[in-house]
Design a protein around this ligand. Structure first.
Ligand SMILES: NC(=O)c1ccc[n+]([C@@H]2O[C@H](COP(=O)([O-])OP(=O)(O)OC[C@H]3O[C@@H](n4cnc5c(N)ncnc54)[C@H](O)[C@@H]3O)[C@@H](O)[C@H]2O)c1
Length: 372
């Protein structure tokens, strides 16, 4: 019989709810407790997702033997102290990004995870998204030749402005969301960021800091990219994901942004210039596949597989996002120095040939050339 994992959620907010609603009914999961500074939120979550306990303090639930996994879904400024407590009580942890708000505490977090006796996965949810995995496969198998340019925009028109205002007290969107997309740039290109510059501004007077940023990135292999992230009452929601190589182009249109055939899922379009044709791939992909993510942690526990992404990859994306924010604030272009072990950018996603075999590169050769 499969083990049933006891899960404690700390942080009953927007992302905490997305975690629970995708896992609470699974036969391998039991929600032990829900915890929030706001007791009423914790109570509501416990009632909705069948938790045995709820409260404002998490330590009592870390002492329970039935607690196997803790999901940390609070703001980045509390991740380090909660992680320390979870590891002291020898719990496995799924922790939301960004790991912390600044590089000093980020290094402590990194060391803590590196030395952990239990398993820790940082919630880079797009690593578990089927559409992003398919695009990685296509690129890694040479569908568009050598990746040259990455264009990504992720702007939110904020309906729940107070939630974003609270997030802005800790991190600007270029860091909060940027860690995902910088990780994608390194994952897809198989290279690492060597240079970053950017600009940002405060679009809303009542934002705690810049709530819009635009960064330019150069990778060691010559690939370049830009990323734009904003949360504002004034911005339109916009989502551009485009990857251009020397033999073609891949673009991703999420299901919710499709005007038709939405029921088919996300739409990946692959243009190849040697044939001048377009191929459409529909992927039944959940944007935030929380169960796939938690299943990765369970596989780490049961099969000792590595984290995806590794803590080195997580730290690397986090560090670059902070440097990007610094470049915006100081109006400078920054070189990103290799950071010993932290520069490691291995591809631990198990790539399989996906489609379009005509342009197939010898994968190992491709990566020998790309990885630095
Ligand atoms: N992976 C993703 O796609 C994704 C998406 C959204 C948010 N996030 C991340 O998740 C984190 C939370 O964001 P959110 O949008 O859910 O915020 P939110 O404001 O909706 O929820 C946060 C909740 O945590 C509670 N909380 C804060 N500190 C606490 C503490 N020390 N102990 C107990 N409860 C505490 C708050 O009361 C609130 O209910 C942030 O780090 C954010 O960057 C990740």
């Amino acid at each position: 019989m499969k083990k049933r994992y006891g899960v404690v959620l700390i942080g009953c907010g927007h992302i905490g709810e997305q975690h629970l609603e995708d896992i609470y009914f699974r036969e391998t999961i039991k929600i032990v407790a829900t915890v929030d500074n706001d007791e009423e939120r914790a109570r509501l979550f416990a009632a909705k997702y069948g938790a045995d306990h709820y409260g404002t303090e998490y330590i009592p639930y870390l002492t329970l033997a039935e607690t196997d996994i803790v999901i940390i879904a609070t703001y980045a400024d509390s991740h380090l102290s909660i992680m320390e407590d979870c590891l002291r009580y020898q719990k496995h942890v799924l922790c939301e990004k960004p790991i912390t708000p600044d590089v000093q505490s980020g290094r402590k977090f990194y060391e803590l995870v590196k030395n952990a006796k239990t398993k820790v996965l940082i919630a880079h949810i797009l690593r578990h998204n089927k559409s992003y995995q398919a695009i990685a496969d296509l690129i890694h198998n040479g569908a568009i030749g050598d990746l040259k340019l990455i264009r990504m925009v992720q702007n939110h028109h904020t309906m729940n402005w107070p939630r974003y205002q609270r997030l802005l007290e800790v991190c600007p969107p270029i860091v909060d969301c940027g860690v995902h997309y910088i990780d994608i740039m390194q994952w897809f290109s198989g290279s690492r960021v060597v240079e970053v510059s950017g600009m940002g501004c405060k679009l809303d007077a009542d934002a705690a800091q810049d709530n819009y940023g635009m960064i330019h990135i150069k990778m060691a292999n010559g690939c370049i990219g830009y990323y734009e992230a904003g949360w504002s009452k004034n911005l339109a929601s916009q989502n551009i994901k485009e990857f251009i190589g020397d033999k073609g182009r891949i673009s991703l249109l999420l299901r919710e942004n499709r005007s038709q055939d939405r029921e088919e899922g996300d739409l990946i379009t692959v243009y190849t210039n040697n044939r001048g044709d377009y191929q459409s791939i529909n992927i039944q992909s959940k944007y935030k596949d929380m169960y796939a993510q938690l299943s990765t942690l369970i596989d780490m526990i049961e099969q000792n597989i590595p984290a995806n992404p590794s803590i080195d990859e997580v730290f690397s994306a986090f560090y670059i996002a902070l440097e990007a924010d610094k470049a915006i604030k100081n109006g400078t272009r920054l070189a990103i120095q290799p950071m010993g072990e932290l520069q490691e950018n291995r591809r631990n996603y198990n790539s399989k040939p996906y489609l379009i075999k005509e342009n197939h590169h010898e994968t190992d050769q491709f990566f020998d050339k790309q990885i630095c």
